[in-house]
Design a binder for this molecule. Sequence first.
Ligand SMILES: Nc1ncnc2c1ncn2[C@@H]1O[C@H](COP(=O)(O)OP(=O)(O)O)[C@@H](O)[C@H]1O
Ligand SMILES: [Mg+2]
Length: 232
Amino acid sequence: MSLNRVKVGIDGLDQMMDGGLVPGSITAIIGSYGTGKTSFALQFLWSGVLLGEHTIYISLEEREERIYEYMSQKGWDYKQYMNQFITVLKLDPSDFNLAISQIKNELPELIRSLGASRVVIDPISLFEDLFESNAMRRQEMFRFVEVLHDQQCTVVMTSETDQDNPYASRHNLIEYLCDTVIILRYVRPSDLTEVHLALEVVKMRLSSHSREIKPYEIQQDQIRVHSEANVF
Ligand SMILES: Nc1ncnc2c1ncn2[C@@H]1O[C@H](COP(=O)(O)OP(=O)(O)O)[C@@H](O)[C@H]1O
Ligand SMILES: [Mg+2]
């Protein structure tokens, strides 16, 4: 295990990544609806909160009440930590310029002013949707990731999958830009009695990591990665 890792706070997953995320790195969590992207992302922030860190959650999809509902369901006493867990509300995708400038210009400023060490953007794919052309999306996202890299914080962004490929993000872009890529997906065994969830760490710059496919469960109070078990 490497020292100095930023722990996601999900046991089996941190083990698969040599102890956790590389400080200052950017991670993409890619999966289709319901695979637990929001759950993973919130767990990552909450682990930081409990260590006394400041965290920012940019929610492009869920309303603030839903996030707090989710946290209390997990048994997390978020009210006690309101100054460490900042939620930034949904951007307004109907106002393209405003949404882009909010996330591009105001986020770095917010990170600096709070001294935030963990940031989540959930899901980045809704932000990527805003761009009118692939060329513009690529150019803007490249710059945005560079700006995030200049901050002193560890970032997790989630993305929906490509319509035709469960191993690719919706715009086939962030997997190239991010340092670490974690894929969440459904596994439908041939007996078809139950759908399972499985994850893999497919990319991790500057780090050794497991390439195994591991089953996980989203439980009422936590996510459990069964690092001792195999999917098949
Ligand atoms: N309290 C809970 N107990 C068990 N499973 C849950 C609970 N809350 C959510 N889930 C599971 O997690 C899924 C949604 O997870 P979420 O993190 O919102 O996924 P995503 O962000 O990828 O759409 C639900 O479809 C459900 O299967
Ligand atoms: Mg979600």
